[in-house]
Write a protein that binds this ligand. Structure first.
Ligand code: SAM
Length: 239
């Protein structure tokens, strides 16, 4: 796909989200996509290699939460993988300080390579488990927003996310269909960790993707003992 074909599809899809995109940002999106698809021939970083699907399922889907990010100064994307939703949000919001975290460094090295090629600034890329990083005082309760897409069940991810969020900030969980039972199971975890469910948005992205966005407001500080170490958020989620 050349950049003109990319631009046509991208602009058509993005117009549904009411997001303004500049010419240089379209180039950044295009070059990021081409870079990931090229890396994917050497290391498996995404299952999505069809370009139209890539635009919809990676870029447009990531930008469904843009309206929450526009008015924020800082965001941490936990379990970012190949940079989703963090990189699309960074391209659209160049002045927001964005931190990407993942426990697997090989994908982060790809993001490091591509983000410098497309000149992204105010972007920090950290190789760590979320639960270790959140216990460091320079990261704890320092962010307006924490995001996760496709990382784990809701009880687990709120323990990864809420410790990073400032009181009054948001934890934004991007979930697929069938999230309701998980959310019921996570009520206690959300409360203990200082969160309160503010709203749930359900929408379709492209023709087949059902996206549910769970917005959790941080209403009080997270007790110091959370997140717990030794993979406890995953193995023994708060119930
Ligand atoms: N968010 C990306 C996306 O939607 O394309 C990647 C999703 S991938 C299925 C889940 C990612 O979460 C993996 O890259 C994994 O290494 C990372 N992950 C899982 N648990 C984590 C933890 N405790 N701390 C940091 N990263 C974690």
């Amino acid at each position: 796909m050349n950049i003109e074909e990319f631009k046509k599809i991208f602009l058509e899809e993005i117009s549904k989200n009411e997001i303004q995109v500049k010419e240089n940002q379209i180039k950044q999106f295009y070059n990021y996509m081409i870079g990931i698809i090229e890396w994917n021939t050497k290391i498996n970083v995404t299952a999505i290699t069809d370009e139209k699907m890539f635009i919809v399922k990676h870029f447009i889907d990531s930008l469904t939460i843009n309206k929450y990010v526009e008015s924020s100064n800082s965001l941490i994307d936990i379990g970012t993988g190949a940079g989703f939703p963090g990189i699309p949000l960074k391209i659209i919001n160049p002045n927001t300080k964005i931190t990407l975290v993942d426990s697997i460094n090989k994908k982060l090295n790809i993001i490091r390579d591509l983000s410098s090629k497309i000149n992204l600034e105010k972007l920090e890329i950290i190789h760590s488990r979320a639960e270790d990083l959140a216990q460091k005082k320079e990261y704890r309760e320092m962010y307006d927003i924490a995001t996760t897409r496709a990382v784990s069940n809701i009880s687990t991810i709120v323990e990864y996310m809420l410790p990073f969020v400032k009181v009054n900030g948001l934890a934004i969980c991007m979930k697929g269909p069938n999230f309701k039972e998980e959310l019921d199971d996570a009520q206690k975890a959300i409360e203990i960790l200082g969160g309160k469910i503010e709203k749930i948005e359900s929408l379709n992205v492209g023709e087949e993707l059902e996206r549910n966005i769970i917005i959790i407001r941080k209403v009080k500080k997270t007790p110091n003992k959370y997140p717990r170490g030794q993979s406890k958020p995953l193995k023994e989620p708060i119930r």
